[in-house]
Design a protein around this ligand. Structure first.
Ligand code: ATR
Length: 282
């Protein structure tokens, strides 16, 4: 990859952002495509979002990703599309003649990984753990996949109720049901659900165990990713005999969808990127 006076700049804003894998695979996508572009990380403190957006604009940056803690705030200074507005978060921004345009590709990342698993989801039960920001993107994707009943299980009942209310309002065709934070309730749904999804942050910290034993057949997808192997959730799912996928393919796929949106092209090959990252991380 050469950098010269014509190089177009992309990046990611977040705080902290040094741990982000996005520069690794985005520069891989750039290299494979042969474009004269580069992707870097910009640490932007929580109170610096608005000056940062103005600064990126003034410097001619062509597009950028948005990560914690700015995803819910990045509606300022940007024109967000319907997906981002329904999810309530922005993760991708691009320059246009009319100013910054914003979208959310997290749901596309989730959906393309689910589609790759080829599960019998139409009309089927799905169990979603978590009711935070990530769950809103997963919910948006599941609504587009025409699943049958979506059970949502969250430790904090107030957040659970808020998410169920949002789901019923935003996706009236989706049958969305609260599930008690309780092993027996989880067992009941696991028995019929071909897909379990974890959007809680359990497993991000060392030594955490998933709070439930999982059972049943089918797949399990975690939004959490750990460079050292299984997550708490993928471990629990594998112990039950389920096929388990951690958050890395989803992360790369949301990045591929962002790349396609910035460059108005097809999504780059995520599988090649996944292998490249695994080699780099050992
Ligand atoms: P994100 O944007 O990554 O989704 P978030 O909005 O802070 O982060 O949501 C975190 C999710 O993880 C919530 O569903 C939270 O559950 P509560 O609403 O009960 O707090 C869940 N979570 C975090 N730590 C947890 C733990 N130790 N056990 C169970 N759930 C946990």
């Amino acid at each position: 990859m050469k950098i010269d006076a014509m190089t177009t700049l992309y990046g990611i804003i977040g705080w902290p952002v040094s741990h982000s894998l996005s520069p690794l695979f985005q520069n891989g996508f750039i290299e494979h495509s042969g474009k004269n572009a580069a992707y870097v990380s910009f640490p932007v403190a929580p109170d610096q979002l608005e000056p940062a957006l103005d600064g990126l604009w003034a410097l001619g940056v062509a597009g950028f990703n948005v990560t914690v803690p700015h995803k819910e705030q990045a509606f300022v200074r940007t024109q967000a599309d319907a997906d981002a507005r329904l999810i309530g978060a922005v993760n991708t921004v691009r320059r246009s003649d009319a100013g910054w345009q914003a979208t959310n590709t997290d749901w596309q990342g989730f959906r393309s990984v689910v589609e790759g698993l080829q599960l019998p989801l139409q009309g089927a039960d799905v169990l979603l753990f978590g009711a935070g920001g990530t769950s809103r993107a997963v919910l948006h994707a599941l609504a587009s996949l025409q699943v049958g009943r979506l059970f949502i299980c969250n430790r904090n009942p107030d957040r659970l109720t808020a998410l169920i209310d949002h789901a019923r309002q935003a996706y009236p065709a989706l049958s969305c049901l609260p599930l008690a934070w309780d092993q027996q309730a989880v067992d009941r749904v696991c028995a019929t659900a071909p897909l379990l999804v974890n959007t809680t942050s359990v497993g991000l910290k060392d030594g955490q165990q998933f709070p439930f034993v999982l059972s049943g057949a089918g797949a399990a997808m975690d939004a959490v990713y750990r460079p050292d192997g299984d997550t708490a959730f993928t471990l629990a799912a594998r112990e039950a005999g389920r096929m388990a996928v951690d958050g890395l393919p989803m992360l790369i796929s949301q990045g591929a969808a962002a790349f396609a949106w910035w460059h108005d092209c097809a999504m780059p090959d995520c599988l090649a990127s996944l292998r490249h990252i695994e080699e780099q991380l050992g």
